[in-house]
Design a protein around this ligand. Sequence first.
Ligand code: CAA
Ligand code: NAD
Length: 310
Amino acid sequence: MALFNSLSTRTFSQSARMSAAIQNVTVIGSGLMGAGIAQVAAQTGHKVTMVDIDDAAVEKAQKRIGDSIQRIAKKKFGGESAEANKFISDAIGRLTISTDAVSSVGSADLVVEAIVENLDVKKKLFTQLDQAAPSHTIFASNTSSLSIAKIADATNRKDRFGGLHFFNPVPVMKLLEIVRISETSEDTYNAMKTFGKNMGKVSVLCKDNPGFIANRLVVPYLLSAVRMVERGDATTRDVDTALKLGGGFPMGPFELFDHIGIDTLLFVSEHWEKLFPDDQAFKVPPTLTKLVKEGKFGKKSGEGFYKYGN
Ligand code: CAA
Ligand code: NAD
């Protein structure tokens, strides 16, 4: 798609400047979250490079961003108009895509990582980026469940490391959880807070505990919904209906599984089962393992607990 700039090779000055204002953002991972973070950062005036190792993921992300930004523009400007078109073209013009992470961080003020939920894969990426990024660059992970301190261990910039946990879909959900580890400097924390505000998000400060605030409550709820269906107490559809109509939830738990990605939630629950072996709340329900083995990841793969059309 010619709409987007593409980046194959480029060189950047690696000056070690200290700057609190985040202007250049590199987002690594262009899946559900990376695409959303890149889109909103570009919409709010940042220069953004979005990176993925997978060409097909980049293609999908461009389509998702194109669709989403149209919806945002329509809402913001009340339909098709010159202003709406300018909003879209300005945002797209600030967005560059790449398949090479290392060459994409040379002028970044902030790197937000949103790749697969796996500690070793994230650490490997950050070790490479730590050598390539200027010294002022702040690193953040969008992890749902992993320890920010353990990810930061892969770098020599723990004072410039934190968690920026966005929610899905990023263009709609207002919350940003900011995770501070003991080494995160005041400057870094303030820069992350300002960045969140500039992105239009409301931030809450979290300790580096598993699941931070929201997921620590939501994930055990999701897992117990699966157990309820595994016990034969109710059907998937009835559980979703009950929570939506009886609780005012925008999605039932199984719709939420499919929305987040069952693969991601399996990573989270397997990790937490190891962390809390005696806590029944974190036991992985067999249904999740089965669905992931079958490639049923949710909406993103076309099928999860439910089936989706194109
Ligand atoms: N981009 C832009 N706008 C979008 C959008 C997108 N991707 N998705 C929805 N919207 C907008 C629509 O334009 C629409 O706006 P208006 O009402 O002003 O017209 C509005 O959002 C509602 O959209 P829809 O009518 O299409 O669909 P909906 O009413 O079912 O809402 C939803 C969709 C916002 C996703 C809603 O179902 C919802 O809030 N679901 C719960 C999502 C949730 O819980 N997210 C958090 C997951 S946990 C997480 O993210 C953390 C983790 O680590 C796993
Ligand atoms: P996803 O599966 O949709 O996308 C992940 C992307 O990362 C894929 O496109 C993959 O090709 C790419 N990738 C993998 N390794 C890479 C590497 N080394 N370099 C560059 N790209 C790489 O996943 P997602 O749902 O976007 O989740 C990403 C992160 O955000 C995870 O840590 C997840 O826990 C977290 N998160 C997810 C949600 C959610 O609702 N899905 C919400 C908040 C946070």
